[in-house]
Design a protein around this ligand. Sequence first.
Ligand code: SF4
Ligand code: SF4
Length: 135
Amino acid sequence: MANPFRLPMVPRALRNLASKPATRLYPTEIRPRFAGARGEIEFDLETCNFCMLCARRCPAAAITVARDDRYWSIDQLVCIACGVCVDVCAKKSLTMSEGSRHIHTKAEIGPDGRRPGLEEWTKPAPPPAEINTAG
Ligand code: SF4
Ligand code: SF4
């Protein structure tokens, strides 16, 4: 019978038993992010003019913009964090966070079937310009 201590995997198995795990208990333990790491797209409703360029350029079709309704949305689970929308937005309304991406689960699906990860904004229409009738 072969001596088990002469088998090549036995020393490695013993070392692994005594060493720390090579993996982390994500999401309980999250690795610090590197500078320039890509997280999630963050949107600034105040500066957006609903030009729709980000939606047209997004290779994953993760952004929806309805100019007339002043509506902007992103599906964070569809976004591939390429950063194209950040680069093309002339109003600087989009930024890429360096934090970890949020965790989305099926529990977020509402009774209306709303997708987990879908984030939406709507901007109220500005008040109509006053017509100067004097003079
Ligand atoms: S490109 Fe910028 S300004 Fe234009 S719709 Fe997208 S976020 Fe808004
Ligand atoms: S980062 Fe890329 S995939 Fe994500 S919304 Fe922007 S353009 Fe689309």
